[in-house]
Write a protein that binds this ligand. Sequence first.
Ligand SMILES: [Zn+2]
Length: 87
Amino acid sequence: MTEEAKKMSCEEFQAQLADLIGSGVDVSNHPHLKSCPTCRALLADLETIAEAARQLLPIEEQPKEDLWDRIESAIREEEEEGPDATK
Ligand SMILES: [Zn+2]
């Protein structure tokens, strides 16, 4: 784990999350997740949402940008509702 990764804030990590997942990277190995239970929980939620979205709509009828708009909206709702969000 690098110092730089440890210092990454949740905000920075979450800003990159959609791009990381979209690029096919195995996000579960990201150093930030190893030190941040909040983002691990968030990623688990996102995977559930993404999986549900894939099952509800065939991928060819679900533009990636639109899917991520929805997921990012879900992240924002999570942040607003989360009582123990890391600051
Ligand atoms: Zn975090």
